[in-house]
Design a protein. Structure first.
Length: 202
């Protein structure tokens, strides 16, 4: 149980870790990008050190492209070692094939440790149709943790899972969800305490 939330039921369940794998690839490979490109770069004195429009970069790990990042605009803060990405889109690749795509209205990316705080209609969609949607998704590379402090919805062909927030390790072996609810569409999964003939968690 998390401190201060003893009045909210929490359970540990397993969620497929494809979304985490994508974010881990983002954090590990972004520091090895092949170079940031922009259609326009402006030096900004008042706030950010640099402003770029239509920024793109490839993420490369051990000489292999693992991702492609696009942002309509990007603010670079050199002292804070971070980038503020707006209308961002990240494509993830494995063995040369696209596996998933992350979209968000805004993303705060740490140049120092590779962590990402994505906000505003955040979606991670896999090529086989699985989807994780939340207003905020944090990949904390320092704590090796993936979390959302607000509501989320996970959809696949056979299941739907919702909750008020979650915290997980990067392998999704230890997941804490606040007020989880699940629905089996076909096959699907069972939440702890769920009756075999029930379609939703208590």
């Amino acid at each position: 149980m998390m401190p201060g939330r003893n009045n909210k039921p929490q359970v540990r369940i397993g969620i497929p870790g494809w979304a985490t794998a994508a974010l881990v690839a983002f954090g590990a490979a972004a520091c090895q990008s092949t170079g940031i490109r922009a259609t326009q770069t402006v030096q900004v004195v008042d706030s950010s050190d640099q402003f770029m429009t239509k920024m793109t970069t490839n993420m490369v790990e051990n000489g292999v492209r693992t991702g492609y990042v696009y942002a309509e605009s990007a603010y670079v803060y050199q002292m804070a070692q971070r980038m503020d990405l707006r209308q961002m889109r990240v494509l993830f690749f494995e063995d040369g094939k696209q596996t998933s795509v992350l979209t968000a209205e805004q993303g705060d990316y740490s140049l120092a440790n590779g962590s990402l705080d994505a906000r505003g209609n955040v979606r991670i969609v896999s090529t086989d149709g699985r989807r994780l949607t939340t207003p905020r998704l944090i990949y904390d590379r320092t704590l090796l943790q993936l979390r959302s402090d607000t509501t989320f919805v996970y959809d696949s062909r056979g299941e739907r899972l919702t909750g008020k927030s979650f915290t997980s390790d990067l392998e999704f072996k230890n997941v804490r969800i606040v007020e989880p609810k699940g629905v089996q569409l076909r096959g699907g999964f069972d939440l702890p305490g769920q009756r075999p003939d029930s379609g939703a968690a208590p």
